[in-house]
Design a protein around this ligand. Sequence first.
Ligand SMILES: C[S@@+](CC[C@H](N)C(=O)[O-])C[C@H]1O[C@@H](n2cnc3c(N)ncnc32)[C@H](O)[C@@H]1O
Length: 407
Amino acid sequence: MHSYAAQLGNNPSLSVAELAAVLPDFQKEHLFPGSVVTFKTATELDQAFLNRLGGTIVIAKNIIGDFSVDLEDLPALLAAELKTVKGKATFSLRCFGISPNKVRDLYKTSKQGLKKKGVASRYVGSEREMAKPIQLHDEGILDPKKGCELVILHDKNHLWIGRTVAAQNVKAYTLRDMEKPVRDTKVGLLPPKLAQILLNFGAFLSPRGSKTRSESQNFTVLDPFCGTGVIPMEAMIAGWNVLASDNAQKAVNGTEKNIEWVRKIFKVLKKDVSADVWKQDATKPFELKEKPDVIVTEGTLGPPLTNRATVKDAETYCRQAEELTAAFLKNCAATLPGVPVVMTLPVWYAQKKMIHLTKVWKVAEELGFRPALPPHADPSIPERFSIMYRRNDQFVGREIILLKPKK
Ligand SMILES: C[S@@+](CC[C@H](N)C(=O)[O-])C[C@H]1O[C@@H](n2cnc3c(N)ncnc32)[C@H](O)[C@@H]1O
């Protein structure tokens, strides 16, 4: 088993749940302040692995064995890691639980230590600000021929030192979020990172999905509320076949255009990944030649809001969403029996209280679905088997639910 550290995104428990969902042998070790988790897995984690995750910013691999080291050993450890560099080396330090003065000191002594060993170097990041993940790519720090970043996690009982092996590629996200041909702000924009997390939960729920990517060929995801297609796009980038539908023709056209764009930009060939998009009311029978492995979808968010809804309005939207979701789940159970569902439900942060769907749980239960959660996902609200996702400025949040068909 290797020990890794993951610097987590804005919703740490969602990020840990995603890691646990994609790594069947995930063993959580310790959660450090600053939202960094250390864990063990036998899988070799690399940039391609991180690219599939929506909730992890940086991954580092532990570089010291069981022998004890302290912070003073850092320059020597860095010099050893930079042995493969020819010419001037670029390094950075990602420190958690260490005072800014000490971090400044570590940068200085590391550079001096390298100089003594005859290694010319420059560094990125400072005691005030860590190197941005995109700098790790742009400055060659992830390339062992050019540089290295050390991650240092420190608290009363732990000192964990590792080397960064992968970092989120912000440019790739901006590209697919902002530059796709069709965006529709009226239906709400699902962040690609959240779409990746939902898809990883979908693969976790499906008996075939937990296999590695090559083994899960022909893995097929259905999004029956596809909008302009963020979930289908992310599924295709992950190498999964896509079935997508929506009852609005405009959405169907938008998804088709976005999918064609993904094929071109990310080189997703038709022979490797199929995609079918059609117009359909998700409460009407699905007539598919073959059942999908999983349904992953963002249900309706209700009307677009520019302010917090009044409680009365939110209650009306909530009733409508309850009806639509119940009819949709009934349809799934009747026409796609045995297929698990990962979906988001809307949550209104109304003027005086939070309003979320309540009846859907009983409906799901009666239809033979069992709510599930990935390991390490703590329910956001006690007694509800779900995880909340919301940016502070949003008037409508999303509640993520995973429904497993009972055998
Ligand atoms: C919140 S949006 C989904 C946005 C989508 N995730 C995206 O990436 O753009 C919900 C979608 O559900 C669709 N919708 C609403 N009621 C529907 C129904 N009964 N059947 C199918 N689609 C429906 C709407 O047209 C809308 O596109």
